[in-house]
Write a protein that binds this ligand. Structure first.
Ligand SMILES: Cc1cc2nc3c(=O)[nH]c(=O)nc-3n(C[C@H](O)[C@H](O)[C@H](O)COP(=O)(O)OP(=O)(O)OC[C@H]3O[C@@H](n4cnc5c(N)ncnc54)[C@H](O)[C@@H]3O)c2cc1C
Ligand code: SF4
Length: 325
């Protein structure tokens, strides 16, 4: 499958990148290319201009500064899960990064690209030939949705593996442009709009993720349920962070809604509780109601809901077991 024609630039600074993006609003950022280039080959995304950020120095790093753990947007997934500090202090992030696609996706794929990846849907992530049998759906530029019968809303799912753990860790992201620099919580970076899933302004680049010091004191994990053990997006995934000292739990699901979903009812229910058998039994049903999956994949919404509960139970059982051992 060939790529469509596009213009290409390799700026060396954030300022220069932002200027190009502001002058060419149709341009897209290219990092590892493992998501974007596949979509371009399928003609579901056809930007006429790609701006590679790979030559910008200072974005490929992992460091601990003033207690917080900072990871640059160009850090590869392999670099993330290979980092001993990350493995020890935030094992959930290491697990999530190492669960992405195959080894090749992990060496080429970056933190920024993983967070900013496109939403997915079985009617969208198909070749042009497959999609040519019917009119384009709303996300691909048409006027209809084949999943939910509403013209102006796309229900495609966010399926990234890394964002849910970062959200459970209460991470923030830094967004920089020629004009401004803002730091927001990763949770609010996702719009919930399947057509434009990110709160990214024209000219902005995600430059780093910051995990607060407080999150390094708890335990984090990531559980992923996928069809195969390798090269597969999650059918459902879940990042969690637990502080046994404070009896506090944070949970975020992926692949079950238009954005990574923070499980606020689960968190409230578990707050101040011991993770005993009764709590774990009860929380399964609460978890299943935290998201609104629709039929964007071959798996039914009820199946996904059931998996959400089971993933949560399995992660919390692991955490409770750690305490006992
Ligand atoms: C077969 C296959 C299996 C896959 N399996 C998984 C999986 O299991 N889990 C998973 O999470 N992903 C999976 N992916 C998707 C992809 O490989 C990963 O998400 C990867 O981490 C994307 O990173 P990248 O650097 O290659 O992103 P790119 O493809 O370069 O970019 C992805 C998107 O993010 C935007 N972007 C990139 N960097 C920035 C930035 N710094 N600021 C703002 N926007 C930016 C780009 O414009 C683009 O829209 C899979 C892909 C394939 C083809
Ligand atoms: S949810 Fe609807 S509009 Fe969105 S990608 Fe799927 S079919 Fe298209």
């Amino acid at each position: 499958m060939r790529l469509p024609k596009f213009k290409y630039a390799e700026p060396k600074s954030i300022q220069e990148t932002s200027s190009i993006l502001l002058d060419h609003p149709e341009a897209k950022i290219l990092a590892g290319g493992t998501d974007l280039l596949v979509n371009m080959k399928h003609r579901v995304e056809t930007p006429s201009f790609l701006v590679s950020i790979k030559r910008i120095s200072g974005l490929d790093f992992t460091e601990q500064k003033n207690g917080a753990l900072r990871i640059g947007a160009l850090a590869s997934l392999k670099r993330i899960y290979g980092n001993p500090v990350i493995r020890e202090k935030v094992p959930g992030l290491s697990l999530a990064a190492s669960s992405v696609g195959s080894y090749h996706h992990q060496t080429m794929g970056t933190l920024g690209g993983n967070i900013c990846q496109q939403n997915r849907c079985k009617y969208f992530n198909q070749s042009k030939w497959w999609r040519s049998s019917r009119p384009l759906c709303f996300k691909a530029g048409g006027e209809t949705c084949y999943v939910v019968n509403k013209k102006s809303v796309c229900y495609s799912s966010y399926c990234g593996d890394v964002a849910p753990v970062l959200i459970a860790l209460d991470a923030r992201v830094i967004l920089e442009s020629k004009k401004a620099r803002r730091e927001i919580s990763l949770e609010t970076f996702f719009s919930g709009n399947g057509k434009n899933p990110l709160d990214l302004k024209t000219g902005e680049i995600l430059t780093e993720a910051v995990i607060p010091q407080e999150a390094l004191d708890g335990f984090s994990t990531y559980v992923k349920f996928a069809n195969r053990n390798s090269i597969d997006f999650p059918i459902a995934g879940m990042g969690t962070w637990v502080s046994m000292k404070k009896k506090e739990v944070r949970v975020s699901f992926t692949a079950v809604d238009r954005k990574p979903v923070r499980a606020k009812r689960v968190e409230k229910f578990l707050s101040g509780k011991d993770l005993d058998e009764q709590a774990l039994e009860e929380v399964v049903n609460i978890a299943a109601k935290e998201a609104t999956p629709v039929k964007t994949s071959v798996y039914s919404p009820s199946y996904k809901r059931r998996m959400m509960g089971l993933l949560l139970k399995s992660a919390l059982t692991e955490v409770a077991g750690r305490k006992r051992s």
